[in-house]
Design a protein around this ligand. Structure first.
Ligand SMILES: CC(C)(COP(=O)(O)OP(=O)(O)OC[C@H]1O[C@@H](n2cnc3c(N)ncnc32)[C@H](O)[C@@H]1OP(=O)(O)O)[C@@H](O)C(=O)NCCC(=O)NCCS
Length: 201
């Protein structure tokens, strides 16, 4: 699977459809995602302008993206989605890798994400990259609004968790996706800011 990671795209509507398309994946594990909020194109475009959007492109299609928000000292992952037919090729890991690089470049020591405890593809992906589930008492203040919004949208809060990667504590290597050998966080070189091309066989 050949793909590249881009920081801008010709149509943010197309990027927005990626999230809409993962609904079927949730249905298969018993969730009705139809009331869950989408991410509007203008929010994606704004994130792109601020350098907080990474889009995976295969052929002439946007097939996945990760979007973050800054809440210093956190870089919070708002969305991480890959079209079902493009899953399992390492695109999710590559997008997460770009975001981790950005956190290091911008000296954000903590990366957070809200995710499902119950879906087979989410907690494991983050745990294997060094994220840890945190309890309510450790939850950063900015997440209160996120939880309220999740509740209003009908997301089952009891099935959800907050995970945090502490880059200062973690000496764990993460898998980079450019065919380079594994390196510990501290020694990973800064990547290009606007675009990096990833060729996978
Ligand atoms: C999570 C998601 C982005 C992963 O994208 P992807 O391109 O398939 O991910 P990758 O191919 O890089 O695989 C990442 C890891 O997840 C595992 N994985 C992928 N799909 C899986 C599945 N359906 N069940 C179990 N594990 C799965 C891979 O084996 C891989 O494992 P590794 O960490 O041991 O290498 C994608 O499944 C998705 O869009 N899910 C719906 C949205 C979502 O849940 N987002 C929040 C994620 S925290």
């Amino acid at each position: 699977m050949d793909y590249s990671i881009q920081k801008h795209w010709r149509s943010y509507q197309e990027v927005s459809w990626i999230k809409a398309n993962v609904g079927e994946q949730y249905r298969k594990v018993g969730y009705d995602a139809s009331s869950w909020p989408g991410t509007p194109p203008e929010v994606l475009e704004d994130a792109s302008i601020r350098g907080l959007l990474w889009i995976a492109v295969s052929g002439d299609r946007a097939v996945g993206y990760v979007r973050a928000e800054r809440h210093y000292p956190y870089l919070h992952i708002e969305d991480l989605n890959v079209l079902p037919e493009f899953q399992g090729y390492g695109i999710g890991k590559a997008l997460l890798g770009e975001l981790i690089d950005e956190a290091r470049r911008s000296r954000s020591p903590l990366i957070s994400i809200r995710t499902f405890l119950t879906t087979p593809w989410s907690v494991g992906l983050c745990k294997r990259r060094g994220f840890k589930i945190i309890g309510e008492a450790e939850r950063p203040e900015f997440l209160k609004a996120h939880l309220d919004s999740e509740e209003r949208s009908g997301l089952p809060l009891a099935h959800r968790c907050t995970m945090v990667l502490n880059l200062q504590e973690s000496s764990r290597p993460y898998e980079v996706t450019r065919g380079e050998p594994l390196q510990p966080f501290a020694s990973y070189p800064a990547a290009q800011i606007f675009q990096s091309t990833i060729q996978r066989g």
